[in-house]
Design a protein around this ligand. Structure first.
Ligand code: HEC
Length: 115
């Protein structure tokens, strides 16, 4: 019984510490409805990033051509747009408008849906 309790507590601790480490948010972003990957996120990436981060020209090792690789690098994508922990992107700036960055934040916050 004690052992079970111990295991349960450890799992809860591990789960919360992992979540904290992975979540790039100090507070919930202000989202206006559910963000769509296809209609909201991908167009932003295509207009501002894939010129340098497409298949075969993945600058800095980042290929941002589709859902699989954008979602795999979501924290780096957001970090670079915010210039926090990563070099500012689009390279050379200016930074994207806050409302655009917020879309990416909301998409990540809502679980990086493939929608
Ligand atoms: C004009 C070309 C260009 C554009 C446009 C561009 N990038 Fe980059 N990006 C680069 C290059 C070159 C590097 C590698 C820089 C280096 O290694 O010093 C890089 C590196 C990165 C990195 C890694 C940065 C780091 O500090 O490790 C991320 C993440 C990234 N880009 C994301 C993006 C996103 C997201 C966009 C669109 C908002 C974008 N990039 C637009 C050229 C570009």
């Amino acid at each position: 019984m004690t052992r079970l309790l111990f295991i349960t507590l450890c799992s809860v601790f591990l789960a919360t510490s992992c979540t904290k480490e992975k979540t790039p948010f100090t507070q919930a972003p202000n989202c206006n409805g559910t963000v769509s990957f296809a209609n909201d996120v991908l167009p932003v990436i295509q207009q501002n990033c894939t010129g340098c981060h497409d298949v075969g020209n993945g600058a800095g090792g980042y290929e941002l051509s589709n859902y699989a690789n954008v979602s795999a690098h979501a924290n780096a994508v957001l970090g670079s747009m915010r210039n926090s922990g990563y070099q500012l992107m689009p390279m050379g700036g200016p930074a994207l408008p806050d409302s655009t960055i917020q879309l990416i934040e909301c998409w990540i916050y809502q679980g990086k849906l493939d929608n």
